[in-house]
Design a protein around this ligand. Structure first.
Ligand code: BES
Ligand code: MN
Length: 469
């Protein structure tokens, strides 16, 4: 019945407007998989989510395959490759962050709910709503024209939130199959005030955990306190040693490779602040009364263009109710550094380790375990493809996109550049108040539907871009 109506509409030379209920039903189905890559017990959910994607991509007319890896499967889908057309690789991820703390969600994280123009669920904006907008944009284009203006490859992985440990190897092995002219990604956010933006730079990230080990066992803090080094206090001291009073990171050499903003970037940052309400909107998004950070830089610069050291977690000692007079045998902290061009994550981790070892007093052992890391990424918003991406955003959302340097990281971008030799353009669809990684993650329905329009326009804009960049 529906197929018949669609066919006759095409014969008549027009496509009926998309019924918004259909994309939302698809999104809700996608969001029901608890595809949490950090938690091993969810491996079956990652598998079934990948299978759902494969079926969806096949149903819209692409050739889709699931590739197993030592971790979560990678889903790849192709349109028929026409050598006369340019090729766009659309990257996304179907894995999500853990939903904890579960008690802070208004409704359960994997029972999607649409309310007041938002879809609520873990993964709604990061990244299921965003990648699905592209899938549906391609589907709509195929439905309307029977073919695409560019060759499309979807590369949708299931390990982004854990640093893509198996994707580099996968890219090396499938380099030929994934050959393309550029990468398009919607895995970032719009500017404050939900203003469309092309994100032209993301920070890199380097993770480490430090564990301070002291006495052979937890001790009575009265019998031994005053005589034995306290690992929890030393972790506190190490954390405090990371910053000076001006908010600068004290690790020697930390800022050596940091690239300063070009004049046009300072202008773009000023435009952004003028258009978005600057500090006020960020205070409101964060739910704080005061913004702090490295002296001598604006908030926009500190988030987008300056490196930081953050504590993501801290623990050790007694965590239960009431008091337990104990001197803990060990304590830990989890750190990440956010990096900018041209900082090298390995160099930063080595400098940090050396510094932390020097700050560690005698009487304890410092163990350092490095985690995932990835370099920062930057592409040119004024290149032909950058301009095409901006046109697609402007057309879909009715206003010229701002240019944004964002503070989050997508480590695989630097690897895509290295292995496939192409640039990535970041057309973020998440609303700034989407609460990604937090309870009540959500995506504005208008961003999701606008994203489908954007994806359609993007395919056409990129077809016209000269491939000599
Ligand atoms: N989609 C985010 C990154 C992002 C969000 C960039 C909004 C800019 C604006 C991505 O899924 C993410 O969270 N990445 C991690 C990377 C890490 C786990 C290796 C991050 O930035 O913490
Ligand atoms: Mn993401």
């Amino acid at each position: 019945m529906i197929a018949g109506r669609r066919r006759s509409a095409r014969v008549a030379g027009m496509t009926p407007p998309l019924d918004p209920a259909l994309p939302l039903e698809d999104l809700k189905a996608f969001l029901r998989f608890p595809s949490i890559s950090t938690q091993l017990e969810h491996a079956p959910d990652l598998d079934s989510c990948a299978e759902w994607l494969r079926e969806k991509l096949t149903a819209i007319g692409l050739t889709a395959t699931i590739h197993t890896t030592p971790g979560s499967p990678v889903v790849v889908a192709h349109s028929p490759r026409d050598p006369a057309k340019r090729t766009v690789l659309i990257y996304g991820h179907y894995d999500v962050q853990p939903a904890e703390p579960l008690g802070s969600w208004t409704t359960p994280p994997f029972e999607p709910r649409v309310e007041e123009g938002r879809v609520y669920a873990r993964g709604a904006a990061d990244n299921k709503g965003q990648i699905l907008a592209h899938i549906l944009g391609v589907a709509e284009t195929l439905r309307e024209h029977g073919e695409l203006p560019v060759n499309v490859i979807f590369l949708i992985e299931g390990e982004e939130e854990i640093g893509s440990p198996n994707l580099t190897e996968f890219l090396r092995e499938h380099r030929d199959e994934l050959a393309c002219d550029l990468v398009a990604i919607s895995d970032t956010a719009m500017a404050p005030g939900n203003k469309p933006a092309l994100t032209y730079a993301l920070r890199g990230v380097a993770a480490m955990e430090l564990i301070v080990r002291g006495p052979a066992r937890d001790l009575h803090s009265g019998l031994f306190g005053g005589a034995v080094a306290n690992p929890a206090a030393i972790v506190g001291r190490l954390i405090a040693s990371l910053h000076d009073d001006d908010g600068r990171v004290r690790i020697p050499g930390f800022y050596d490779a940091v690239r300063l903003l070009a004049p046009w970037e300072r202008e773009a940052a000023a435009d952004l602040e003028a258009a978005t309400g600057g500090d006020d909107s960020i205070r409101e998004l964060a739910g704080v009364t005061e913004l702090v950070g490295e002296k001598g830089f604006t908030t926009t610069e500190r988030i987008g263009a300056r490196p930081t050291a953050e504590v993501n977690g801290i623990g050790g000692g007694y965590q239960g109710a009431g008091t337990k007079t104990v001197l803990p045998r060990e304590a830990f902290a989890k750190l990440t550094f956010r990096l900018v061009a041209d900082q090298d994550p390995a160099v930063i981790l080595a400098a940090a380790e050396e510094y932390l070892r020097r700050q560690t007093p005698p009487g304890v052992l410092l163990e350092i375990v490095t985690g995932h890391s990835g370099a920062s990424y930057q592409s040119d918003p004024n290149s032909p493809d950058g301009l095409a991406a901006r046109k697609a955003l402007a057309g879909a959302f009715g206003t010229e996109p701002l240019l944004l340097r964002d503070g989050g990281s997508i480590p695989i971008l630097a690897t895509l550049k290295e292995i496939l030799g192409v640039d990535s353009y970041l057309l973020g669809l998440a609303n700034p108040d989407s609460r990604i990684h937090s309870p009540d993650e959500n995506m504005l329905v208008e961003n999701f539907l606008g994203g489908i329009r954007m994806s359609r326009l993007l395919l056409h804009e990129l077809a016209g871009t000269s491939s000599t960049r």
